[in-house]
Design a protein around this ligand. Sequence first.
Ligand SMILES: *Cc1c(COP(=O)(O)O)cnc(C)c1O
Ligand SMILES: [Zn+2]
Length: 415
Amino acid sequence: MEYVSGYTCTICNKKFEKNYQHLVCDECHDIGILDVNYDYQSMKKEINKEYFKNNHNYSMFRYHKLMTIKNQNFNKMLKVGWTPLYKSYNLSKKLDIDNLYFKDEGLNPTASLKDRASAVAVLKAIEEGKDTICCSSTGNAASSLAGNAAKMGIKSVIFVPKRAPLGKLSQLVIYGSKVFKVDGDYKKTYEISKEAINKYKFYNRNAAINPHLVEGKKTVIYEVMEQLNFESLDYVFVSVGDGCTIGSVYKGLYDLFKLDLIKKIPKIVGVQSSGCSPFYNAWLNSEPLKETEENTIADSIAVGIPRNPVKGLNAVLKTGGYYMTVTDDEILDAMSILGENEGLFGEPAGVTALSGLLKAKKLNKITKTDKIAIIVTGNGLKDPKSIESKVSKIHKIKNDIKELQKHIKNNEVKK
Ligand SMILES: *Cc1c(COP(=O)(O)O)cnc(C)c1O
Ligand SMILES: [Zn+2]
């Protein structure tokens, strides 16, 4: 908190002081999402490579000075962050890309990148003396809130849309949340959560509205860059729903650049499903975002009305990156490709970014020497139903070695 200098409204640019208490702009209201500003000149004196060398907190809170939270006892919390960044050896060879990296966010405590936002939400709620946090979510925001809140003795109230997958719902039940399944899409779910937050004065963990959460999520790219020794990167591929994650990736890179920790900001590529691509459409036609259908297996990015349009678009526009779409079939293929080549199991939205890279490579938008990071945002075990069709590939045999031999010819195992 000590380096926060104030807030700026992403819609009207109005500035607010550091101790401004509301989550949104007082003139633009709900759409007036704030961006947090920092005093980089002062921060630079403390935050440098040396600071990180002597920093033994291996969780997202090794970066707590670059966020909006007050210093707290982080050891009491679940361990969020400092997930592995893997260099690819198999897929990179097949694609003829020298330096390809996967950030495995599925290894967070509730198995998605959303833990980074939820951990901050829990800390903020405690700072404000609230005992209940509320959110609406397609799944991961909710399950991460439920887990992180449980660990800190905070209650959670959660609204989910009708189509939330079983894996994520089971997490909510086990973490002891009060869960309401709303008859309708994400939009309806979001609206009722908003009403509930106002009526019952719950702490608000709706990611776009709450500017502190993007500040938590940005730690993912801090880690990527630190794990790469702050050496330069050419591209980051990110899957996009509400636009908070991609916005946070830009924010994190911007911070590091301002602190002279990195020499350039990589291009950010936002990947959406062709069944739900409001950001892609807006970017392609240079127009404001329009509501679209929510028609994709990648439930975590099925967001017809994204809540963070400005941060989501700016991430791409300010870095010279681009938006793209991939089909559900391409997403399912990417799930297998990631699993077979890298040993990582991502949920559909978790591999959408990779699916984008595979397509960009085919379109010759990527060259051999480009250094690329892909964020795998969530674990595949959350939604095993999405790959039900692939499970039919399993060989059925009797307990008979001769029958087995029909499948393994010349002592060689083939897929
Ligand atoms: C939430 C989520 C995203 C997208 O983040 P947004 O902030 O909604 O754009 C991507 N992948 C997974 C697994 C998610 O849970
Ligand atoms: Zn405003």
